[in-house]
Ligand binder design. Structure first.
Ligand code: ADP
Ligand code: MG
Length: 564
């Protein structure tokens, strides 16, 4: 008898080739597929665009019975189901977008065993009626897509996902696959616990996206900066993320007025508008989507060439996922972040509205990590991947910091002041208070705790609050300090801090870019709303010229803005 595993491998490969039309599996897909076919749970962590769907779609076609796929967004389901149906797969979705008749039809198909995959919204799946129906069927597999939605620690928590934790006890014999692109440790643990996965086959793929060029500019005149950036992309697709719906509308309007094919997308628009915007984008009928974070989860558009963050994202998970929508075809792509200090204050304001102290703490910590990424003077990829627990051997050589390293200065004395201050306050306070002490602030907290009697009180009056924060964040990144997330992000010294404190080591740090830029008037080629139409026409002409000359729209590595 041949090894059944070999049988399954052969079957999986022929399904990949015949149904999906791909020649080979990507790294790790095959093993997890074979393992799922064999009935073992799976935990699949792959970056956006990594090819997670096939990991459950192929087992769904091979195991008998229907595979139930849980997906958080209706648009996402529709997308995947349309693709599958186009490939001749018996797939359907069951959600609130269906009419009563359509819904009945899907349930009939399900009942008669005429479906291999059924995509369901979590609240539909966990309704008593639906569960009763399923119990008579014994599904082949539960695939929980975007599984990070189950974790309160995750950046996209959805309460409806919590009830999915009952699936294991309701259907003990049915394997469960959890899929996500969110890598951070606590979220992973939450997913495995909540879904009660039993010794899941784990796939953890690298998070590096070497074809994405990460860069950041100080936000001075964002719209003009955006237009300058867009000059390099005459016809190519891109996404611009803004923090608010209002900003989305504004930017989309201005871009349209300035001759771009741009459309707005946010959760305040009618579902049919959103659907058609998304479809236009997928079909390349719209070049640029200006959107809130509502746009993009699971969107499979290979040729997105750039993602711009017009405002600072709330956390690194979101930033990584959003930028990850660029360059899914493996060709060069750019991620540009416009970074302004006002955004930090704004976001902090949002976060502080949180009534749940646990949540407040996590979100603040995440925001700080995001700011630290933005302020980083070292290889961006190192910081980004480091956040997800991945260490890279060498700097990427392709981000703004690698290509154009920020200016450094001898920060030894400042760093020593900061570290001794952390020590003097008993390693028991967060960044805000440490900076207050350094700057000799006269607030109630300082007085109550009598920190104005410390030897470090006021020793850093000559340095601005922003700059102290910047310095402390660098000390954290470089490992001189650590933040205790579980305890209000208080700062603690690490072993590494000793020699520096004792004066046995000198330290160079990066100058903050923003301080350098602040107040400095920049020359801008395009004027915002009152743009000069003649000049703008000229710029459009240049873009077109490059596109015609090269046969493709201009792609210029960031930092080289020459249009010639
Ligand atoms: P994810 O859900 O991980 O973000 P998808 O499952 O949507 O990613 O897959 C991303 C793209 O990669 C899709 O276009 C998919 O068809 C393609 N893909 C997946 N597996 C393979 C493969 N083995 N060979 C070629 N293309 C693949
Ligand atoms: Mg997916």
């Amino acid at each position: 008898m041949i090894d059944s595993r070999d049988d399954e491998r052969a079957l999986a490969l022929s399904t990949l080739q015949q149904v999906f039309g791909y020649q080979n599996f990507r790294a790790q897909q095959e093993d997890v597929i074979v393992s799922l076919i064999g009935g073992r749970d799976a935990f699949i962590l792959m970056p956006t665009g990594g090819g997670k769907s096939i990991c459950f779609q192929i087992p769904a076609l091979i195991r008998s019975g229907v595979t139930i796929v849980v997906s958080p967004l209706i648009a996402l389901m529709k997308d995947q189901v349309d693709n599958l149906v186009a490939l001749g797969v018996r797939a359907a979705c069951y959600n609130s977008s269906l009419t009563a008749g359509e819904g009945r039809n899907v349930l009939d198909q399900l009942h008669q065993g005429r479906l291999d995959l059924l995509y369901v919204a979590p609240e539909r799946l966990m309704s008593d009626d639906f569960l009763n129906l399923l119990r008579g069927l014994t599904p082949a597999l539960f695939a929980i897509d975007e599984a990070h939605c189950i974790s309160q620690w995750g950046h996209d928590f959805r309460p409806e996902y919590i009830r999915l934790g009952q699936l294991r006890s309701l259907f003990p014999a049915v394997p469960i696959a959890a899929l996500t692109a969110t890598a951070e440790k606590q979220t992973r643990a939450d997913i495995i616990n909540c879904l009660q996965l039993k010794d899941p086959y784990r796939v953890v793929c690298g998070f590096d996206r070497p074809n994405i060029h990460y860069s950041l500019v100080d936000k001075v005149k964002p719209y003009q900066q955006l237009c300058e950036f867009l000059l390099r992309y005459s016809e190519q697709s891109g996404i611009i993320y803004c923090l608010s719906r209002k900003r989305v509308e504004e930017v989309a309007d201005k871009l349209s007025r300035d001759g771009y094919q741009a459309a707005a997308y946010h959760a305040g628009l009618a579902p049919e508008v959103r659907r058609s915007v998304q479809e236009d984008f997928l079909r390349d009928d719209v070049q640029i989507i200006v959107a809130t974070v509502a746009f993009g989860m699971g969107i499979d558009k290979p040729n997105v060439r750039f993602v711009v963050h017009y405002d600072l994202p709330k956390n690194i998970e979101g930033y990584y996922q959003e930028t990850g929508r660029a360059g899914r075809d493996g060709l060069p792509a750019e991620a540009l972040l416009l970074f302004g200090y006002a955004d930090i204050a704004l976001l902090r304001g949002f976060v502080e509205k949180n009534n749940d102290p646990e949540k407040l703490r996590t979100e603040l910590h995440k925001l700080n990590a995001m700011v630290a990424f933005a302020e980083a003077g070292i290889c961006r990829r190192r910081v980004l991947l480091g956040y997800f627990g991945e260490v890279i051997d060498a700097d990427c050589g392709n981000c703004d910091n690698c290509l154009n390293p920020p200016e450094q200065y001898d920060a030894t004395e400042y760093a020593r002041k900061a570290l001794s201050c952390v020590y003097r306050v008993g390693q028991n306070f967060g960044m805000g208070h440490v900076v207050d002490v350094l700057r000799g602030a006269e607030n109630q907290r300082i007085k109550t705790i009598k920190h104005d009697r410390l030897s470090t009180y006021g020793i850093g009056q000559d340095v601005s609050r922003d700059d102290w924060n910047h310095l402390l964040r660098q000390l954290i990144q470089l490992g001189y300090l650590e933040q205790d997330v579980a305890r209000y992000s208080i700062l603690k010294l690490t072993e590494q801090a000793r020699p520096l404190l004792r004066g046995e080591e000198r330290l160079k740090l990066c100058k903050p870019r923003t301080r350098v830029q602040r107040g400095k008037k920049k020359e801008h080629k395009i004027k915002g709303q009152n743009y000069d139409p003649a000049l703008f026409e000229e710029l459009r002409r240049v873009r077109k010229q490059i596109a015609d000359r090269d046969g493709v729209p201009p792609y210029v590595v960031f930092g080289d803005a020459s249009l010639a």
